[in-house]
Ligand binder design. Structure first.
Ligand SMILES: NC(=O)c1ccc[n+]([C@@H]2O[C@H](COP(=O)([O-])OP(=O)(O)OC[C@H]3O[C@@H](n4cnc5c(N)ncnc54)[C@H](OP(=O)(O)O)[C@@H]3O)[C@@H](O)[C@H]2O)c1
Length: 348
């Protein structure tokens, strides 16, 4: 790879793409040219990156010519078609979609846990996990390396920006439709007022929706199965017991997860605080007497995984309960992709 590799951001106009551009403007600049790519709809628009206005190119072979590293933040079907094309033309692809995450020959990387996995990339593609996995995996991984993880049970509270621009638009529109009303007091009144529920199967304003992703086998959703498969792959624990219930909540940005983790050894709150406080990318915010615990509204726009409400399980000395919040567009997607790209560019 060149000293200052040429970098492409594919999907530069989207929710993740916008955060990728912001991160590339804020972080240490390792890059030569930065090329912005999106659909033909956006070709010719100018968008800022590194303080310059850069013209957006339409995705195609020509746009990928001479690219050393390509960050992909496009819908799965677009990544499935174009990531192999970019890789065949010599770029290392770092993909944020779900398409390659469980493929055996594509490393699934969270640099704080398994940066080394990005070194072997037989297809020229490296991928990062789902935003719900990323919301908790850095904290869980730190505790696992100390105590050995035995089982994970979690419930997510996922923000609408996890569904991209359509999710944010749906929440904003629905909030205006319900503002200043007494809706939410009679069965079905919110649903009738909102009408179009956007990308969700139920209203997201004044509501929570216990269904994210698509319906998969036996009543599980694709997202719940993804969290299980990805956690197993990242932690190299192929038989780990993982149970997830994934829920969409009316938060713009910031995923949270309530975690029950069971370990091979006895745990204590004090030791958990120490382990988490020493873990890269984790901040402990846990003083409930002072009202201090993470909430998405407080952590949005920040990079770390914030952990609070740490408790030892009442009925199990090996069980730990805690609550995490993090920005699903930063560490939850874009920052993780940029960290992988930096680690590849640095030859790690
Ligand atoms: N949002 C999250 O929290 C999150 C978390 C984890 C993973 N992801 C994944 O990241 C990817 C992007 O998500 P997002 O939330 O940023 O979506 P988004 O806001 O809807 O943006 C989609 C991006 O893809 C581009 N695009 C769409 N069709 C294209 C095509 N045919 N050719 C080239 N570019 C095309 C769009 O360009 P135009 O503007 O030109 O249409 C836009 O830049 C998805 O795979 C998603 O699953 C998202």
């Amino acid at each position: 790879m060149r000293d200052r590799p040429a970098l492409a951001v594919v999907g530069a106009t989207g929710a993740v793409g916008s955060v990728l551009r912001a991160l590339l403007s804020e972080r240490r600049d390792l890059w030569g040219e930065i090329r912005l790519i999106a659909s033909p709809r956006s070709a010719g628009r100018k968008l800022p990156v590194r303080g310059e206005e850069v013209e957006v190119l339409a995705l195609g072979e020509e746009a990928l010519e001479g690219v050393d590293l390509a960050l992909f933040a496009v819908p799965g079907e677009v990544a499935a078609e174009w990531a192999p094309v970019a890789a065949a033309r010599g770029a290392v692809v770092v993909d944020g979609s779900a398409v390659f995450r469980t493929a055996e020959d594509v490393p699934l990387v969270v640099p704080e846990i398994n940066a080394h996995a990005a070194r072997a990339r037989p297809r020229g593609i490296v991928t990062g996990p789902d935003c719900t996995t990323l919301a908790m995996i850095v904290a869980v991984g730190a505790l696992h390396s100390e105590w050995g993880l035995d089982e994970l049970v979690l419930a997510s509270y996922q923000a609408v920006s996890g569904s991209g621009r359509d999710g944010m638009a749906a929440l904003r529109r629905q909030l205006t439709e319900v503002a200043g009303t007494d809706l939410g007091t009679k069965p079905g009144d919110v649903r009738r007022a909102v009408g179009d529920t956007g990308p969700y199967p139920a209203p997201i304003a004044l509501n929570v929706v216990p269904f994210t992703g698509e319906l998969a086998e036996d009543g599980w959703t694709s997202e719940e199965l993804a969290v299980r498969a990805e956690t197993r792959k990242i932690l190299s624990l192929p038989r780990l017991r993982v149970t997830a219930t994934c829920v969409r909540v009316p938060v713009v940005t910031g995923h949270s997860v309530a975690v029950h983790a069971r370990f091979e050894r006895e745990v204590s709150v004090r030791a958990a605080h120490e382990i988490l406080a020493g873990a890269p990318g984790v901040v402990v915010c846990d003083d409930p007497e002072q009202g201090e615990f993470p909430t998405p509204a407080d952590v949005v726009g920040t990079d770390p995984t914030w952990v609070g409400r740490v408790r030892r399980s009442l009925d199990d000395p090996r069980g730990l309960e805690f609550f995490v919040s993090g920005d699903n567009l930063r560490k939850g997607t874009a920052l993780n992709l940029v960290q992988i790209a930096e680690s590849v560019a640095n030859g790690h």
